[in-house]
Structures are given as C-alpha cells and as structure tokens.
Design a protein around this ligand. Structure first.
Ligand code: ADQ
Length: 471
C-alpha cells in the first residue's frame, strides 16, 4: 500500500514517555503505520515563519510541523476556524463573528500548509486531511501541481443548506471541497445536508452512490463514522479501576452513586443545561439527595476565543449555586473540575460511574459516549444518557436519548438511569457494546483509506436533485 500522509491542524507528536493518547491520535493509529507522515501546525507562534517543516521521527513515523505567526494564528485559528466555521457548523449562527480578513488569513495558512507539505510529498502518497481548519488545502495543493489522491474527513456536523447560506463566500468553500477525491462524514444526516448545500450552491449532479460529478473531477462522498478500539479500552478500564486514583474516587463516594460528564470546555457540549438538569433532578426527585454525586471533568479549550472564555464563569457560578443550595456538610453534590485527565484515569472513572451524561447541543460524533460504554463492567453496567444531537445517537439507540435543550428531559433521564434495574441496564449495555465492536477505529481508517485508494470507475444513476438523497 502507498504511504499515508495525515494532515491535521495539530499533530500528536509522541513525547519521551510514548505516544500521546488524544482522540485523533488514537483513532488514526492504524492509518499512520511505520513509514507514514503526519503533518500540521506545531501549536507555536513565532515572529517570523518561513514555512519550513520541522520533522521528528518516532517509531518509524515522521511528524512534520510548521509554526504560524501570531497574526496568522489569530485570523486562521481564532478568527475563521473557531470564530466562524465552528459555530456555523454547530448551528450557532448568533455566535458567528465573521470578518473578511479572517477568511483571508484562513486561506493564507492553508496556502502555507500546502507549500510546506508539497515539498515532502512523493508521487504515490495517499493524503488524508482532517477537519474544518483545512477545507481549502486540496485546492491549494492542486494549484501547486499536486495530483495525488486527497481525502477529507469532517469530524464535526454539517448544517442544513438554509443555515450554511449564512456563511459569506460559502460558494468558495463548496468549490474547495470539490478539489478532493473523497470526502467523509460522521452520519447520514451530515452527509445529506452537505450534498443539499452543494447542489443548491454549485448545481453539480450527484449519483446514487454519493459521487459528485464536478467539472473535470469526480468526488466520492461517503459516511464513515469514527470509533475507538472498544475492546482495548475495556481492558484499560478493568485495570484502571484498580488504580490509586480510582480507589480514591470510590472511597470518596462512601457508597453513593456516581454520575460522570467528560468534555472539552466548549459551548457546543451543553454544560449549563446539564448542570441545570442536575439541579432539577435534586429538586424534583429529592430521594436522590445525599445518594448521588455528579463529577464533571471539563478540560479548558480555545481560551483565546471570547465565547469559550465566557463559559467558564457561567459554570463556576452554577456549580457554586447548586452546591450551596443542595449540599450538606458531608456531601458535595456537584464535583466540578476545569482540567483534563489522562485517558487511562478516565477509563477507571467511567467504569465506576452508574450514569454517563453526554448531552451536547450538537456534536459530530462524541467519543466520550463510546468510551463510557466500552469501560463498563458487563456484570453491573451503567447507563448512558445521550443527546439526540450527538452523531453517536445515530449509532447507540439503546442509550437514554434526550433533548439537550430541555433540562427537565435530562433530569428525568437521570432519575430513570439511577433507578434502572440490572436486567434492563444489561440489555441496553450489551446492544451498545455490540455496536461498539463494529464502530472501531480500525474499520474507520480501513473504510476511508479503501475509498481513497480505489477510484470508482463510472458514475451510477444520477440521484434526484431535490428531496431525499440516495446513499
Ligand atoms: P471533540 O469535540 O474534541 O472532537 P469528543 O469526541 O467528545 O470531542 O472527545 C474526543 C476525545 O477527547 C475523547 O477521547 C475524550 O476522552 C477526550 N476528552 C474530552 N474531554 C476530556 C477531558 N476533560 N479530559 C481528558 N480527555 C478529554 C471532534 C468532534 C467530535 C468527534 C471527534 C472525533 O467535535 O464530535 O467525536 O472530533 O471525530
């Protein structure tokens, strides 16, 4: 097989203690085998950037990174990627802060990535680009004469065409998508919404297999859900639950149930509504008072973006209010930490939790849902509460599905989960664990790379241009 080149905004360079265990690194470990290349931003800003990549080799994989200037970082990362595209593609039009100079900066950085990456490419490399930061990268590479097969995977949702229409110069971005050979989405819904926008804006036909017939190029669009290695994570949880941290957590519960939430501190994750739901659980169902603790672990994220910084004081205040109102001298109902924890520690904590609470307002997939299911003890499994607007809800039908905009709905699901008998918990868990076995990181990589390697010879019948898309 050809060399695989992964491109993502950040690169998980292994440190001296071994590989980093971030979500993307874990999911893509099967794609970047020995001999592969992973390219992206170093995470550093400098006063002068020359676009030359720094390369370090680890376990036969080359990790190549470039620095950005402070101004490039602000326009590309803070401004357009996280100030415009992220809120747009999470249905939050009111939070968009579009500026033309940010879009220009986004394009400048994609051009810089292309120039630097092009120098490292071999003719038969398969290039796999990740996420909304880098939509124009294939078009920028094509301008430099790169003819390799290039794929793109969108980790976050896509929106209906009436929402996408709010993006100024959205037609340019749609054209950028068409410079790829394969584009992948987490769910059928995101895929359908993308094709709908594409047909409305560019008017290209799409065949019954999702092939976009752009002038001079056929672009295969597919649904390929990301996953984790559930069996491996299950083993990690079995070990980790015996660790010192897990034992300390268990001891601190003094026999009470644990509910857990694990998220980046991001407005798309629905944390204020989740806190309010816990408040309502304790108010409406007081039998749970003194009998449950809710642990929310929220890792700080994108703090240079105004909306992210604004979320922190809101949650601090809510946590104080809830504990002040419901707490007792020997019981803190809500334990709130604004810091991340190691993946191995999380594995044990998930296993100790009777309820996993995953209630984003929108999410491409949400791998915390996968991790929570994977970590459970088959003899005494916990219950997953899952937002209907997480991509994961398309795959885990046996979670307790809630509307994250309705704190009472979440509170009722918490009540149901805390009272659920063992046989029902087991039935739901077994069905979700079966799903987890199918949705692996390995199958995600293999399916995407198979599509990228194998060009489809001829288009199928053209799908109807309005209404439902056949995929
Ligand atoms: P994210 O929004 O970052 O990713 P998500 O899938 O929820 O999110 O989590 C990714 C990883 O981060 C998980 O492995 C999780 O354990 C870890 N993580 C989250 N909070 C943490 C914390 N407080 N401490 C330690 N680790 C934490 C984007 C999309 C998602 C999509 C992923 C992968 O927004 O919808 O599932 O990409 O495609």
């Amino acid at each position: 097989m050809a060399r695989v080149v992964i491109v993502s905004n950040r690169v998980p360079i292994p440190n001296s203690r071994g590989p980093r265990a971030g979500g993307l690194a874990v999911a893509l470990k099967d794609a970047v085998k020995k001999g592969g290349l992973w390219f992206g931003w170093s995470g550093r800003t400098t006063t002068e950037t020359n676009g030359d990549a720094q390369i370090v080799r680890h376990d036969g994989v080359d990790y190549a990174t470039i620095d950005l200037s402070e101004s490039e970082y602000k326009k590309f990362y803070v401004g357009f990627a996280n100030g415009t595209l992220w809120p747009l593609l999470h249905f939050r039009l009111g939070l968009i802060e579009f500026r033309r100079e940010h879009l220009d900066g986004y394009r400048v950085v994609n051009d810089l990535f292309a120039q630097s990456l092009a120098k490292l490419l071999r003719p038969d490399d398969l290039i796999w680009v990740h996420d909304y930061h880098l939509i124009p990268l294939a078009a920028a590479l094509r301008k430099l004469g790169v003819t390799n097969r290039i794929g793109f995977f969108l980790h976050i949702p896509f929106v209906p065409s009436s929402v996408f229409a709010a993006l100024p110069r959205g037609d340019e971005l749609m054209n950028d998508f068409c410079a790829y050979d394969v584009i992948g989405f987490q769910t059928v819904e995101h895929h359908r919404d993308f094709l709908d926008s594409l047909r409305r804006i560019l008017r290209y036909p799409v065949d019954a297999n999702g092939m976009i017939l752009a002038p001079g190029r056929h672009v295969q669009s597919i649904v390929v859900p990301i996953g984790i290695d559930g069996v491996e994570f299950h083993k990690q949880a079995e070990q980790s639950v015996k660790s010192k941290n897990s034992r300390r957590l268990l001891d601190s519960l003094v026999g009470r149930h644990l509910m857990i939430g694990v998220d980046r501190l991001d407005y798309s994750k629905g944390l204020p509504n989740r806190f309010e739901a816990f408040n309502r659980l304790l108010t409406r169902f007081p039998e749970h008072k003194m009998n449950v603790s809710f642990l929310q672990i929220a890792a700080p994220s994108r703090e240079d973006v105004t909306e992210y910084a604004a979320l922190r004081p809101v949650l601090n205040r809510m946590a104080g209010d809830i504990n002040g109102r419901h707490g007792a001298f020997d019981w803190v109902p809500l334990r709130y930490m604004s810091q991340g924890l190691a993946r191995s520690t999380l594995a044990g904590f998930y296993r100790l939790a009777r309820v996993g609470v995953v209630t984003p307002l929108r999410d491409g997939m949400n791998l915390v849902a996968h991790e929570y299911v994977a970590a459970q003890d088959p003899d005494n499994p916990g219950v997953l509460i899952l937002s209907r607007f997480a991509g994961a809800a398309q795959y885990f039908e046996d979670a307790l599905i809630v509307n994250p905009y309705d704190p009472d709905d979440i509170a009722e699901a918490m009540h149901e989960a805390l009272l659920m008998p063992l046989d029902e918990r087991t039935r739901r868990y077994q069905s979700m664990f079966e799903r987890l076995r199918e949705l692996t990181a390995e199958s995600y990589c293999a399916t995407f790379l198979h599509a990228l390697e194998n060009e489809r010879a001829t288009p199928a019948q053209i799908a109807p241009s309005e209404g439902h898309v056949l995929i």
